[in-house]
Design a protein around this ligand. Sequence first.
Ligand code: CTP
Length: 403
Amino acid sequence: MNPLKDKHVVLGVTGSIAAYKAADLASKLVQAGAKVDVVLSENASRFVAPITFQGLTHRPVVTDLFDPQSELYIDHVALALRADVIIVAPATANVLAKLAAGMADDPLTATVLGSTAPLVVAPAMDVHMFDHPAVQENLARLRARNVTIIGPELGRLASGLMGTGRLVEPEVLVEHLRMLLGKNGDLKGKKVVVSAGGTQEPLDPVRMLTNRSSGKQGYAVAQAARDRGAAVTLVTAPTSLRDPVGVRVVRVTTALEMRDAMLAASEHAHIVIMAAAVADYRPTNAAQHKLKKTPDQTSSLELVKNPDIIAEVQGPFIKVGFAAETQDLIPNASAKLRAKGLHLIAANDVTATDAGFGTDTNRVVLIDRNGTVDQLPSLSKYEVGHRILDRVLAIAAMERHAG
Ligand code: CTP
């Protein structure tokens, strides 16, 4: 279900100092399962040697249309026809001008012109170049032709200037490609709402009650749904994670705020997945000012129950919850499935080292209303997201059949 798996990606690299980041991009694309054909402009190969890309992709790198060793020497549109997507990163002002004009005087621009695959460009250049009307006009022409333009970002540039011109981080570019390649996936037209992170319940202006949730599993579910074509809303408590590409993010802090956001977001939803770690209780009265210590040796805190959000959120959608357990995983999770009216629950033992809070992997047991128990192996949280969505689609198909 990973949309990059076995896809042919043509990565065009042009002569910007950011070319070194293209090596990382190539590596990340290969790790995501793509077959990456790198085409270097003459100037790009002054910044990074072809052998760097060859080593990362295990495939020949094209630098010259007329190199007898190159596939393009025999068939100049070989890469163009094979490509599922073409990305030019970094894209210089020069290559933008060539692409806008429809030139084809080097292997990269010839490949772009000879291909019907979607084209993505990630510009990188100094701020004044980027601001130049010629560059802006070229970008507008490309945009009008449905070329996806990503970035550049604001930040410190190689020249030392601060401004817009930085190449978007490779990790983010990979996300864009996943989303683009997955846009006609099996969740196309579906509205998916996901919650993530641990809620924070204030005690006073400087203290709060919270938990160890990192938000990673919820963010990964949101990304997986996006990569299958869904319109995704992510309701998130504070985390250190960056916003997923192409996902509507609603930020909340407390359980009460999360409830309101979930009720609003789940209207017209097809799937609601509650991965957030919600505080079961909050301080009855959050103090206006910082609480002072007293001479007493003990102190106690009065708490009041928070609403059970996923139990309250109701509608004609498929409802999925998580169960964080430290013991009796399956009976506890099955009881939660019933009590909260869920279709599916993903239970994990949060004491395991390869599962639960803060890790990049998770080992969950999926339990449905029929009592089917599916123990998944240790997987990346993104992969766990896909497995949950596979099951959700199967449940939706069964419900359609029954109803
Ligand atoms: N949940 C919720 N609202 C709450 C508490 C939990 O929506 N106030 C959701 C969680 O997001 C999760 C599921 O309910 O999808 C189970 O959460 P978990 O913390 O495992 O269980 P609790 O219901 O809080 O039960 P307990 O803490 O007693 O184990």
